[in-house]
Design a protein around this ligand. Structure first.
Ligand SMILES: Nc1nc2c(ncn2[C@@H]2O[C@H](COP(=O)(O)OP(=O)(O)OP(=O)(O)O)[C@@H](O)[C@H]2O)c(=O)[nH]1
Ligand SMILES: [Mg+2]
Length: 193
């Protein structure tokens, strides 16, 4: 897909600020710093439309990016940022859950994990939450550029074994750094649009 006119629409702190039109929403979830905001920039060929940072905890609100009036990419805050107080972490958790639970126009969840590491306890909680929501989702193993290209296949098998041993959920590698695998992810998304 070639995106022509992606626009930042709103940073929401609650349902009252969510967009009022009924465009479908494709939502990014994953731990802090895994690359959710970077993913959006990569997919739409923009360097800085979504704000990213090398330190975790950058995205704190629910950001809606209108993609050519076709759908929204929805950038959520990450979970598991240990420098946030317990209270802040709980607030972020409630925030994310409330959006995922309430929002009827969610078309697809893009669940990012880090290809280099075993899924965290929070990743597993999120996985179970998504499964119980019944919403369609895909798992992306991000930062694939951080391992040798010859090791990507075996890293992908490890990721699948750990997070989805039954193997019924599509799991793809991704890298915002190298921008490879982008076409595979667009092909996957387009099945839903
Ligand atoms: N090497 C590499 N770095 C990446 C990749 N994707 C993101 N990053 C880097 O990881 C850091 C975090 O990226 P963000 O996109 O801000 O992460 P996020 O998931 O939105 O983080 P929060 O907003 O804190 O939840 C930045 O320094 C990015 O440049 C990738 O595919 N490869
Ligand atoms: Mg972010």
């Amino acid at each position: 897909m070639i995106v022509k006119n992606p626009k930042f629409e709103i940073s929401a702190v609650g349902p009252k600020q969510y967009p009022k039109n009924n465009l479908p929403e494709i939502v990014l979830v994953g731990k802090s710093n895994v690359g959710k905001s970077s993913f959006i920039n990569t997919m739409i060929n923009r360097k800085r439309l979504a704000r990213t940072s090398s330190s975790p905890g950058k995205t704190r609100q629910i950001n809606f990016y209108n993609i050519d009036e076709l759908f929204y990419f929805v950038d959520l805050p990450g979970y598991g940022y240990s420098k946030m107080s317990k209270k802040e972490q709980e607030q972020v958790g409630t925030f994310i859950e409330k959006y995922l639970f309430d929002r009827k126009q969610i078309l697809l969840i893009i669940f990012l994990i880090d290809i280099r590491h075993s899924p965290t306890a929070n990743d597993k909680l999120m996985y179970n939450y998504i499964i119980s929501s019944g919403l369609p989702f895909v798992i992306l193993a991000n930062k694939a550029d951080k391992i040798a290209i010859t090791k990507v296949d075996s890293a992908m098998s490890d990721v699948k074994k750990q997070i989805n041993p039954i193997g019924d959920i599509t799991t793809l590698p991704f890298s915002s750094e190298r921008k490879i695998y982008k076409d595979d992810v667009w092909n996957f998304i387009e099945q839903y649009l």
